[in-house]
Write a protein that binds this ligand. Sequence first.
Ligand code: TTP
Ligand code: MG
Length: 417
Amino acid sequence: MQQDGEDRNARRMKQIIIHVDMDAFFASVEMRDNPALRGKPLIIGALPRERGVVATCSYEARKYGVHSSMNIKEAYRLCPNGIYMHPNIDKYRAVSTRLREIWNAYSSATETIALDEAYLDVTEQAQNPEGARRIAQIIKQRTRDELGLTCSVGTAYSKTAAKMASEEKKPDGYFEILTAEDFVNLIIDRDVRVIYTVGERTAQKLYAAGIRTVRDIRERSEAVIHLLGKQGQWITKIASGIDERKVTPYRPQDAKSISREVTFQGDVRNFELLRDVLVLLALCVERRAKRHRLRGNGVTLKLTYADMKGITRSRSTLACDSAVAIYREAVRLLEKVEKRPVRLIGVGVYNLSGERGQQLIMESLFSESSDEQDEEMKQLLYGLQKRYGLDFAGHLEQIYRADTLHKTVEYMRKHPA
Ligand code: TTP
Ligand code: MG
């Protein structure tokens, strides 16, 4: 009987998608390389006394309530005995390259979402759920044997279901969701936040309308659409198990960098001014990246000194998908360069990748953008207005235009703080 059911599934499955997600990725790599860290609450991100957030933490640290994106101070309060470390992004990137080699061997298309996470289209290679199960086991085995790491894998008929499946048995898990009915049955009584585009704010709106579970979404789909518009349509579709998105391979060779620069009319010795110009450049870069639905994994600062000597400085980082983050990284780089008169300054992001950028766009569309960062950018702009007597009110859009940017920067140069 089971077999019959599966054959029907196999025939019905237009696509078979595997989602792979490494377990506690950064932390696992560190524990692999340093046995003394194993079994300990390990928090990767920043040191307790620094400004910063948790990038990830070991499962032992999660028991204390620590989680990704939590302020490091809060993490320290919850877990004072934890081991705190900075991330070694270049190391994780090298692991990621090896992972992609494994993934690519079994899929016709691999869509990398993050260093540790990808969708694989295995429709042809797998043929049926049994084949997909075999591929999943091989991927898990090779990841363990060749890289000394564990991952969780989900197989499903859609991307959303595959991602849900890989989360179901974390860590080191495997789970299948072969039909939309199975998907709906699995999540029907869960909180609305199980749907990945439902963030905290959206959830609050839904709760306020008495919509708490996926079942509520399904039973009150019109209310959901009324409440959330376009996002509501998407959510009600997902709540019915409908997601026909294809796995779109991300090809690193297609990615370029995105950058903006300005040349001053007169050389600038004042590095405070350069810092302030970085705010505007970062906004421009962020906007371009979002337009192209891209997200950088590194920031570059470019300077040309008055004697025409040019330098570039770069930093690998994960968090550079917002203007604030780009600005912060660029400032760090600026702090380290030789302080001589400057005629040109530029900022860029490189190592572009697709989906997180896409999610970002979706998030901002659905007004789920990060309040804290918005607030910080507002403060930065407010500072510029005050220091240079600028008036951005209503004109900020204009800044993105090259001529306005130049004019504004020139104005700042001539009216120093
Ligand atoms: P995730 O897959 O979200 O987390 P994880 O692999 O650490 O843990 P899990 O077992 O729950 O999958 O993210 C992968 C890596 O990306 C993570 O190790 C660190 C990094 N990351 C950040 O730097 N900031 C973030 O906010 C998140 C969510 C992840
Ligand atoms: Mg992971």
